[in-house]
Design a protein. Structure first.
Length: 297
């Protein structure tokens, strides 16, 4: 699970001058519950090191985590499917403005929510997901999600017009390698869409290590500059950057707020308000749309 301590290297720019900025907050053994999509142990992370060249923050001693994703079950994630479908529709609407049709691959597809949103707009869409439980949820809805880890040439049917990485790249220890493999399955005029938390956002700086995106499952923390750098080094040019909007039930938001209160106090609210769904854009994530750069790759 740990990288060799004498071979630290930045996952983005390959620089070897990395400085520990936060010691590990992990006490005891890890399990799949630490990697749930809905995990609310905000501020609990492995040791974080910052590259002194590109400012990328990574957890170099927590890299072999795929087994936790394979065995992960997240009922709360699926309970929020209706709200998550709204946000994936927003993502697809942005994509539609650039690629109004075509073949789409969602890497880290979960239970196929983005694929569902893409199909509603007429795209030929499929995905790949390591969690057996999430894969089974997709199968119940007849959504074309394969069980596995990208790339798996025997399961994928590219090339693709669009590949999406929504809240995935922060979970991997080789972002350059992942993006380079994606480039291989994209058509020459294809686009890559990446959504990931922004460690330089106002919310991240205000909350510091209490920010909700500091959690065990996130082992890489990007800002705009080093996100675009990893894309450039893998053969992509930035086409458009924006701040995505998410949708949550009031009940879910109140539960998240309780993580910041003493003793995780609950926040009371009438039942009809809890069931309301609201858009949330705290401008603390990036959605980047990238095109292949065939001149430099």
């Amino acid at each position: 699970m740990e990288a060799a301590k004498d071979k630290l290297q930045c996952w983005v720019c390959d620089h070897t001058d990395l400085k520990e900025v936060r010691p590990s907050q992990i006490d005891g053994n890890l399990g799949s519950e630490n990697f749930l999509i809905t995990n609310s142990d905000y501020g609990k992370t492995a040791a974080i090191y910052e590259c002194q060249n590109c400012s990328f923050k990574q957890c170099p001693y927590l890299t072999d985590v795929i087994e936790f994703y394979e065995s992960m079950e997240d009922d709360q994630y699926e309970e929020g499917r209706e709200q998550r479908l709204l946000q994936e529709r927003k993502v697809m609407q942005q994509i539609q403005r650039i690629k109004p049709n075509g073949k789409l691959l969602d890497v880290g597809a979960g239970s196929g929510i983005l694929i569902q949103a893409a199909q509603e707009l007429g795209y030929e869409a499929e995905g790949i997901e390591p969690s057996k439980w999430l894969y089974e949820q997709a199968q119940k809805l007849n959504l074309p999600v394969e069980l596995g880890i990208f790339p798996q040439d025997d399961k994928l049917r590219g090339p693709y017009d669009i590949v999406t990485l929504v809240d995935v790249i922060e979970h991997v220890s080789d972002p350059k390698g992942l993006v380079a493999e994606i480039r291989k399955v994209l058509k020459p005029d294809g686009i890559l869409v990446v959504v990931t938390p922004d460690v330089d956002s106002i919310m991240a700086k205000a909350l510091k290590y209490k920010w909700w995106h500091f959690r065990i499952a996130h082992i890489g923390y990007f800002n705009r500059k080093n996100l675009n750098l990893v894309m450039k080094r893998a053969g992509f040019d930035v086409f458009k950057m924006m701040r995505p909007t998410w949708f949550f039930s009031v009940e879910y938001l109140l539960e998240r707020v309780s993580a910041y209160l003493p003793g995780r106090m609950s926040v009371p609210a009438p039942g009809f308000i809890k069931r309301m769904v609201v858009p949330v854009n705290l401008r603390d994530s990036w959605m980047g749309i990238y095109k292949r750069d065939d001149k430099t790759a």
